[in-house]
Design a protein around this ligand. Structure first.
Ligand SMILES: [Zn+2]
Length: 67
């Protein structure tokens, strides 16, 4: 089973900030460290009123797949 398979779309991290995948204005959602890892972190964007679940792997961010 490939580890990559559980990751969704990659989300750009700019200057250590995860940006909202739905907003085009690079709305900052969450600050992360370059070596941070976390599973299914829920963040709520106040701009598009959407909750996004993120998987962070070694400072890189992916959209978590729903179930
Ligand atoms: Zn947004």
């Amino acid at each position: 089973m490939k580890a990559q398979g559980k990751y969704g779309k990659m989300i750009p991290v700019q200057d250590g900030w995860i940006t909202c995948p739905n907003c085009r204005r690079n709305k900052r959602l969450k600050r992360i460290s370059p070596d941070e890892s976390a599973e299914r972190v829920g963040v709520f964007c106040r701009d598009c009123k959407t909750e996004v679940f993120l998987t962070i792997h070694q400072g890189q961010c992916y959209e978590s797949r729903s179930q």
